[in-house]
Ligand binder design. Structure first.
Ligand SMILES: Cc1cc2nc3c(=O)[nH]c(=O)nc-3n(C[C@H](O)[C@H](O)[C@H](O)COP(=O)(O)OP(=O)(O)OC[C@H]3O[C@@H](n4cnc5c(N)ncnc54)[C@H](O)[C@@H]3O)c2cc1C
Length: 307
């Protein structure tokens, strides 16, 4: 389905052809008919497409080019991404919003929302806890996993735990490790596969307010062999351009008992390279990352020991 929206010239009348996408307009038009965000007038999107199949979505993207943007929950696109979009390709009709257990793990459709993850009976505690870190229920009802991965923010709340679970991303023509995806893969995301393992998990994050995106978010997972850590994974958000695994720290920990808290924090603080920004200074983020990482690893060990 394809429909065009006339740019509003007067005081807030909706295009007669507007339908499910009214919310975009309603964000820009006050109930009294006056614009709330008059400066956004030029940001209204000229065309909206609702493909009925993945093939149609891909064809539209190829035809419309880089100025066409996929639309999932719209929390980003509707916020500021639409300012650059000439066309929106709505993914809502593609059946990508399912969450299904499979022998390989939990497959979360790209259109699955954070709230669906929270409520799904097969969601393990660590995914649920990380999904609950997302803003508030209104945002969780809209924000999708596909949009979250595509935006690939430095401090994304769900990505650390997905990395710790060694999740894989299904694209149209291949499945890639999430870590590789974050380093620059693009294209339509179909789903994320989260292997269900017996590993121990630990998480932590620090935010300015309960509803804010994290300053730093950490997730760890590991196996134990006696007292020794086996194949630990440590993922940290907010300390680089995107969420990263600290491979040097993982290698240093593999095969040894959990070091003292001081040694662990020192290892982590040398491995992260945050920047100063409005969420905190580089020194603060380095300190927080090392404290949270130490706690997450200790939690992961504890959960295995008391199992
Ligand atoms: C008010 C607010 C609060 C937020 N709070 C948090 C928070 O607490 N923690 C946190 O981590 N994040 C937070 N975010 C960011 C959040 O991660 C993203 O907004 C959300 O997950 C994006 O999902 P979406 O479905 O809304 O994406 P959309 O806005 O629909 O799309 C975002 C981008 O992803 C692309 N895209 C969407 N789906 C796909 C797909 N299947 N394949 C390829 N590309 C795709 C779109 O083309 C677009 O470029 C917040 C955002 C807002 C606006």
């Amino acid at each position: 389905m394809t429909c065009s929206y006339n740019r509003v010239k007067g005081c807030g009348s909706l295009s007669p052809r507007a339908n499910t996408f009214d919310s975009l307009w309603l964000q820009c038009i006050s109930l009294s008919g006056f614009r709330i965000f008059p400066e956004k007038e030029s940001a209204l999107v000229p065309s909206y497409h609702r493909p009925a199949s993945i093939d149609e979505a891909l064809r539209l993207k190829a035809d419309l080019g880089p100025a066409a943007v996929f639309l999932a929950g719209g929390t980003e696109v509707n916020n500021h991404g639409s300012a650059r979009a000439e066309a929106l390709i709505d993914l809502a009709g593609l059946g990508l919003d399912t969450i299904q257990p499979s022998p390989e793990g939990l497959r979360i459709g790209a259109g699955g929302t954070f709230q669906q993850i929270v409520e799904h009976p097969d969601t393990p505690w660590y995914l649920e806890a990380a999904a609950l870190q997302m803003a508030n229920r209104n945002i969780r009802n809209r924000a999708t996993v596909g949009g979250h991965l595509a935006v690939n923010r430095s401090c994304a709340d769900l990505i650390p735990v997905l990395l710790a679970a060694e999740a894989r991303v299904a694209l149209v023509d291949r499945e890639v490790a999430l870590e590789d995806f974050l380093c620059g893969q693009q294209g339509l995301i179909l789903s994320v596969l989260v292997p269900m393992t017996a590993r121990g998990f630990g998480l932590g994050n620090m935010t300015r307010t309960a509803a804010d995106i994290s300053i730093v978010a950490v997730a760890a997972s590991l196996n134990l062999d006696g007292e020794c850590l086996r194949q630990p994974v440590l993922a940290v958000g907010g300390v680089a351009a995107h969420v990263v695994r600290l491979h040097d720290v993982e290698r240093a920990l593999d095969g040894s008992p959990l070091p003292t808290r001081e040694n662990l924090e020192s290892l982590v603080s040398q491995a992260v390279h945050p920047i100063d920004d409005h969420r905190g200074s580089a020194a603060y983020k380095r300190h927080i990352a090392s404290v949270l990482a130490g706690r997450a690893l200790a939690d992961a060990v504890r959960r295995l020991v008391i199992r």
